[in-house]
Design a protein around this ligand. Sequence first.
Ligand SMILES: C[S@@+](CC[C@H](N)C(=O)[O-])C[C@H]1O[C@@H](n2cnc3c(N)ncnc32)[C@H](O)[C@@H]1O
Length: 196
Amino acid sequence: MSKKTAAFYNYFSFLYPIVDVFLKPQKTVLFKEVNAMPIGKLLEIGVGNGAHFKHYKKHEITGIDTSATMLETARKNRSGNISILEMSGEAIKFSDEAFDYVVLSHVIAVVNNPQLLLAEAYRVLKPGGQVFILNHFTTDNWLRYIDQSFQQIAKLLHFKSVFRIEDIPAIKKFELRKQINLGIASYFKLLIYQKP
Ligand SMILES: C[S@@+](CC[C@H](N)C(=O)[O-])C[C@H]1O[C@@H](n2cnc3c(N)ncnc32)[C@H](O)[C@@H]1O
């Protein structure tokens, strides 16, 4: 976990709703896929300000994040049976096989160590459990040059602009169940993986 990233999100949490406006169309797809799954225990890692809570229709939700300020807003957005905890997705304090679903929405390229994040997601998922990964992914088309040239600025904004899921060894333990391409030139993707 990076204390600097937590401090960054503490400081700029008030701006996040503006960023979220641009992410809305792809998140609609995420919620549709999550809500189509049978009832179960869902862990959202990097839950941010909890804006997603109202979109989850039937699952038992636990949200974790490293930014205390984001979580303060998340607590205001909470309704019903939702648990919110300050905790890193790179060191999850839940037992093995505790969840049916894990949601990683725009967090995998933010955390310090995506390998640890995915290994932890794998550990806390039940066999047959699914992880929903919504993010930008560096493509093989012209968009990769934008990602490459944006790397230094992205570092200041605490994310990795060049990001390829196949570079993370832990993803190989999962089976890809579904891929939905989103945005211009499929720059964003919703990847749904299953733990065998
Ligand atoms: C770009 S925001 C995404 C928020 C929300 N998931 C969304 O889709 O809008 C990234 C969030 O991940 C959190 N975060 C960063 N590193 C983390 C870590 N190691 N464990 C848990 N959350 C983390 C940040 O505090 C921030 O709230």
